[in-house]
Design a protein around this ligand. Structure first.
Ligand code: FCB
Length: 456
């Protein structure tokens, strides 16, 4: 006779080892959810232009409407409150507040974020503001974009505008989201805006974005009383697909580009060795001191381990390698290994010695699973991913990793860059034709966990 299964083991966040003041939230970004791309004086961004290039975004999707959050923000904040979020991470669209990137200010654009911030505060949700989540004003790209060193100064001016306007109410500031990802995809691989693949332009981008980060950090320190400032990095363990010398060397360069070029410069004051040699021509005296400024926290976007290999078709000679068959994959094909998340948290605590906030982590589905709305809403694979990764984070915390909070990516299904609307990462389903929001099974579990309930 078989034993009857016992009751499932359930635990509260505190029982899992998270401190009482651990911050639970959700993340989004301006371009991916706002829509209203031509409304109330917003200028164009490089992603508006990219979406209109031929064969760049899946199915020719654009972010013109996206989740219509620009008009529905009040309902979205209500939803966040119902879920029990303690914090909400969003980004400001630079071209909404400065349509040409510099000069004339758009009051209507500034007002939108005033309204959003005020509703968050009223709902008891802490606003976490990211200044740059990839939507560079097109007018600045016309002047050379990130490869133009002046863009760093224009970014600092934009940071000052935002700091003066919102700094009385917003204390948590991030300069950039995933420096390495938009630099690599936009300037080395041509897979993201502004669709460039050029070594020199990519190196200049890396350095100028770092300078922009440093300059904006100084501005935030000066202008926001009590500011808590960080930068948000995509940091994924990168392993060679084989022991072949070419794969190992290519993966070491890939790792410098993906994981180290930005946090090492910003927090250790130096570029990793291979990049340091290549970037030399663009360095001026005193630059590293301008980049390496005091920060309060490390923002970690963690999704999956990555595998590298030598790839002669890529301008840098590295590319994505084969993932071992033994690793299960998410709906968008990313390998899953929660222990790698635990190890990354411990490694980063030791390497940069700052409190970590996990500013993104989540699970994506592709049309093969998400075209059936009922299956997507009862999102068992996403639920399992979150359970396993939050479990791994608890292990890291118990082993001494300094983690202050966790933001799930994403609150809502949204415009997923080159994949358009075909990939869904939300814990809340967005029915695009009606714009209805429907919390998925994962949202219900997350909500229970973060409001102190014992859950599986
Ligand atoms: C990250 C981005 C975020 C979203 C997730 C899935 O690289 O920061 O905007 O696209 O991936």
């Amino acid at each position: 006779m078989r034993n009857k299964p016992g009751p499932a083991k359930t635990f509260t966040a505190t029982e899992r080892g998270f401190p009482k003041d651990f911050l639970w939230g959700a993340s989004t970004s301006s371009f991916q959810i706002e829509g209203a791309t031509t409304e109330d004086g917003r200028g164009a961004s490089i992603w508006d232009v990219f979406c209109r290039m031929k064969d760049r975004v899946n199915r020719g999707d654009t972010a013109d409407i996206a989740c219509d959050h620009y008009h529905r923000y009040a309902d979205d904040v209500r939803l966040m409150k119902e879920l029990g979020l303690a914090a909400y991470r969003f980004s400001v669209a630079w071209p909404r507040v400065l349509p040409r990137g510099r000069g004339v200010v758009n009051e209507a654009g500034l007002d939108f974020y005033d309204r959003l911030i005020d509703s968050l505060l009223e709902a008891g949700i802490e606003p976490w503001l990211t200044l740059y989540h990839w939507d560079l004003p097109q007018s600045l790209d016309d002047l050379g974009g990130w490869p133009n060193r002046d863009t760093a100064g224009w970014f600092a001016d934009y940071a000052a505008l935002a700091a003066k306007r919102y700094g009385d109410r917003v204390k948590r500031w991030a300069t950039f989201n995933e420096f390495s990802v938009f630099s690599l995809f936009g300037y080395a691989l041509g897979w993201g805006a502004p669709s460039i693949a050029d070594r020199a332009l990519h190196l200049q981008t890396i350095h100028h974005v770092n300078l922009a980060h440093g300059a904006a950090t100084d501005v935030l320190h000066d202008l926001v009383p009590g500011a808590s400032i960080g930068a948000i990095h995509s940091y994924q363990p990168l392993r060679p697909q084989s022991d072949a010398a070419l794969d190992v060397e290519a993966t070491a360069l890939f790792n410098e580009h993906w994981n180290l070029a930005f946090p090492d410069a910003q927090l250790l004051g130096c570029y990793p060795p291979r990049i340091a040699r290549a970037i030399e021509p663009y360095l001026r005296a005193g630059d590293m001191a301008k980049i390496c400024r005091p920060l309060h926290w490390f923002g970690l976007n963690y999704y999956a381990p990555m595998y590298g290999r030598a790839d002669p078709d890529n301008i840098w000679g590295f590319g994505w390698g084969a993932v071992p068959d033994a690793l299960p994959r998410t709906g968008v094909g990313w390998p899953m290994q929660p222990e790698a998340f635990r190890d990354t948290l411990l490694e980063l605590t030791a390497r940069y010695r700052l409190p970590i906030y996990v500013t993104e982590n989540g699970y994506g589905t592709a049309p093969a699973d998400n075209e059936d709305k009922a299956i997507e809403i009862d999102d068992q694979p996403r639920l399992a991913y979150l359970q396993n990764h939050i479990g791994a984070m608890a292990e890291a915390v118990r082993a001494g990793a300094e983690v202050g909070g966790y933001f799930v990516w994403s609150l809502l299904d949204n415009f997923e860059w080159g994949a358009g609307y075909s990939n869904r990462f939300g814990i809340v389903y967005v029915d695009y034709p009606t714009q209805a929001r429907i919390p998925k099974t994962s949202a219900k579990w997350y909500s229970a966990l973060i409001t102190g309930k014992a859950v599986e």
